[in-house]
Design a protein around this ligand. Structure first.
Ligand code: PLP
Length: 423
């Protein structure tokens, strides 16, 4: 019997005992092809020798020193690299232990920014209905997954939400993409005016929506419109790139393909590629300057922030991505993978849409292709797909659920960047 409180209390998962490249092995001798990088985490696959060597070297030198006393070379080098590689003046980095912690950090940094600007009334975030930003209380409150929020609702801050950019389901027949995008932006502006811009801290969104809606890229011009509204009404733009960042869509950050510069960027998953728990917030110069010239400190902090071994692992991951030109590989192999998916499933009666960017791809599953009618929640399709895939030695990341009153199932595919066309 396992003493771990597993995700499924009625059924413990298989026990992984080793992993290398795209293969994970369990204690029964079965092997699994990792076509989802876990949950879009393992961008370099498993047991990459350069990352392991960097971690070993760091452990031997300095495994831990608390940030209330010391900084460390690995964290400094990682932050410098992230600042140098990020566009614009995203020059400041706060290192934490994962995506949810990074989202909490961004929310608090944004709030303190408003307080220090003499605008303490600003206390609300606007977010989107189909979104996931993490499972800690602040991040959960921002996210759009009702099922995840429901038991904890009394503990959560209130968050007004607007529609996500979900062209496959929401663009009306005969409506152009431009008109659909304009309608989304009009909805956001109406929400800003309804709440009162003087009460708002910022707008939070995943640049490419990951788990809740299945690799949903924005329509052209959507984020440029969002940026314009944020500037017009004095809101910070906070982009969650925990899943879509760090090269997953073919550029280091997905927002680079949108022609916008957010004020804060939230990172996790691919930053450490699963080798160590690490997340980060990138902040623009004006955000940090305000705290620097104000109280002089960000009222936040965690025991494991800026962890030397986590920073060394993330640094090694980022060096490998650059050295091996993996961003280009993501674009090329991602396009090839998408073609293969179209060939295999383009005419499947239960695949409604095949979409995504780079190596963040998804199949949306429907009962009926013409009406786009989803499957009945009672059939627990996503759980069945995952189980059948695992039985056949394949890791994919299916999701389903009722989000904002709508039912949907999809299978997320996020292979390691090193995956070959054959794999
Ligand atoms: N934000 C997004 C977009 C995510 O996909 C996730 C995790 O799936 C998170 C935040 C939370 O990250 P973590 O699970 O590392 O806390």
């Amino acid at each position: 019997m396992s003493h771990i409180i597993h995700r499924n209390l009625r059924r413990a998962p298989p026990l992984a005992v080793s992993a290398a490249g795209l293969t994970v092995r369990d204690n029964q001798g079965r092997s699994y092809l990792d076509a989802s990088g876990g949950a879009a985490v393992s961008s370099l696959g498993h047991a990459h020798p350069d990352v392991l060597a960097a971690m070993h070297a760091q452990i031997d030198r300095n495994a831990y020193a608390h940030t209330a006393f010391f900084s460390c070379d690995a964290a400094e080098e990682l932050a410098t690299r992230l600042a140098n590689d990020a566009p614009g003046d995203l020059d400041h980095v706060y290192l934490v232990s994962g995506g949810s912690e990074a989202m909490e950090t961004a929310l608090k940094l944004a709030r303190q920014y408003c307080v220090e600007a003499g605008q303490p009334k600003r206390s609300l975030f606007i977010a989107r209905r189909q979104s996931y930003h993490g499972n800690t209380l602040g991040a959960l409150a921002i996210g759009g997954n009702e099922w995840r929020r429901r038991p904890f609702e009394p503990l959560l801050i209130q968050v007004p939400r607007v529609a996500p950019c979900y062209e496959y389901r929401d663009r009306a027949e005969g409506q152009s993409t431009e008109d659909y995008t304009a309608a989304l932006l009009a909805e956001l502006e109406a929400a800003i005016l309804q709440q009162g811009p003087e009460n708002l801290i910022g707008f939070v969104a995943e640049t490419v929506v990951g788990a809740t809606a299945g690799a949903l890229p924005p329509t052209p011009g959507y984020f440029r419109g969002v940026r314009r509204l944020c500037d017009q009404y004095g809101l910070l733009l906070i982009l969650d790139e925990v899943m879509c960042g760090m090269g997953r869509t073919g550029t280091l950050y997905a927002f680079e393909q949108e022609g916008v510069l957010p004020d804060l960027v939230v990172l996790g998953k691919g930053l450490g590629a699963g080798y160590q728990p690490i997340g980060a917030v990138l902040a623009r110069e004006h955000v940090v300057r305000r705290l620097h010239e104000g109280s002089g400190a960000f009222q936040h902090g965690h025991t494991y922030m800026g962890h030397p071994v986590a920073a060394a692992a993330a640094l090694a991951v980022q060096k490998v991505i650059q050295r091996d030109c993996l961003l280009g590989a993501v674009t090329v192999r991602g396009a090839a993978f998408r073609r293969q998916l179209r060939e295999a499933f383009g005419n499947h009666p239960h695949v409604g849409d095949i979409r995504g960017r780079g190596m963040l791809l998804a199949l949306e599953l429907v009962r009926d292709r013409d009406s786009k009618q989803p499957f009945d929640p009672a059939c627990q399709l996503h759980a069945a797909v995952k189980e059948q895939a695992m039985t056949r030695g394949l890791m994919v990341y299916p999701m389903g659920g009722t989000i904002d009153g709508r039912r949907g199932d999809h299978i997320l595919l996020a292979p390691p960047f090193i995956a070959t066309e054959v794999e």
